[in-house]
Design a protein around this ligand. Structure first.
Ligand SMILES: Nc1ncnc2c1ncn2[C@@H]1O[C@H](COP(=O)(O)OP(=O)(O)OP(=O)(O)O)[C@@H](O)[C@H]1O
Length: 253
């Protein structure tokens, strides 16, 4: 099968030598006597693009919430950007992360306000926030919609707005949970090309959840596969399906 991006051997950086930005050791999450995540250990390195795959209900979103310090694990150790995930440091650390959720989170108001208001809340002046918001709207081809009301956007436009807002915060870690779910097949490829270009220019570390293994092939270097809350396979995204019959079974194409 031909995927959109052919990787050159030189594309792979020596990620293992980069500084870890997330270290998760033996993380478990239990709800109502049931383990949603069990003994998860992983490392996300600076500038790495890591994919998270798995069937519905395998625990992907829960793991994203733990790693982004939105929910505490029931047990295990978590170090994010050098801080132990102990609650006290979480506000400082969370300011260095952006999260795009499966269900779009928007403010009321205009497209521009949705990008600039969070920047104002981070302490930027009105002028700086508007300038930076415009730059990112332009990057995602949304500047013509800057004054459009948020509820009038199409699903695809909303998806691009979520990404523009996430990048505008200039995060060190970017978490994307199914960011293309509402984007149709025609628009998906150009958006992924754009996203890949932006990621190449930024040092941001990425954790990307997608049901579509092609998204992971197009955008990530390494992928972890979850099944029933366990990591059942991991490795270079390009070779993972070839190497693992289980991954081929979960993602037949
Ligand atoms: N707060 C909670 N209380 C009880 N069960 C929960 C809670 N949060 C998640 N779960 C359960 O944990 C399992 C994993 O959910 P999660 O949303 O992490 O899976 P997922 O892999 O992201 O699924 P999907 O691909 O459908 O988005 C599901 O069975 C879900 O019902």
């Amino acid at each position: 099968m031909n995927y959109m991006f052919e990787r050159k051997a030189t594309d792979f950086r020596d990620i293992e030598n980069q500084t870890p930005v997330i270290i998760a050791e033996d993380i478990s999450v239990r709800r109502n006597e049931r383990f949603i995540l069990r003994n998860i250990s992983l490392v996300l390195h600076q500038g790495e693009r890591l994919g998270l795959a798995g069937p519905n209900g395998s625990g992907k979103s829960t793991l994203l919430k733990v790693l982004s310090l939105l929910i505490p694990p029931s047990s295990g150790r978590l170090t994010v950007l050098g801080f132990m995930g102990d609650g006290r440091s979480s506000v400082t650390v969370r300011r260095k992360m952006s999260i795009v959720f499966q269900q779009p989170t928007t403010l009321t108001g205009s497209v521009l306000q949705n990008v600039s208001i969070p920047l104002r809340m981070r302490g930027l002046s009105a002028r700086e926030a508007t300038k930076r918001a415009y730059e990112w709207l332009k990057c995602f081809d949304l500047e013509k919609l800057a004054f459009q009301r948020i509820h009038t956007l199409s699903g695809g436009e909303l998806a691009r707005l979520q990404l523009a807002r996430a990048f505008a915060m200039e995060p060190e870690i970017l978490f994307l949970d199914e960011p293309f779910a509402a984007v149709d097949a025609t628009s998906r490829s150009p958006l992924k090309v754009l996203l890949r270009e932006i990621l190449a220019k930024n040092k941001v570390s990425l954790l990307l959840i997608s049901h579509d293994f092609r998204d992971l092939l197009d955008l990530t270097e390494r992928t972890l596969v979850l099944l029933d809350g366990h990591i059942v396979a991991q490795g270079k995204t390009q070779t993972l399906r070839i190497q693992s019959p289980l991954v081929r079974e979960i993602f037949p194409e």
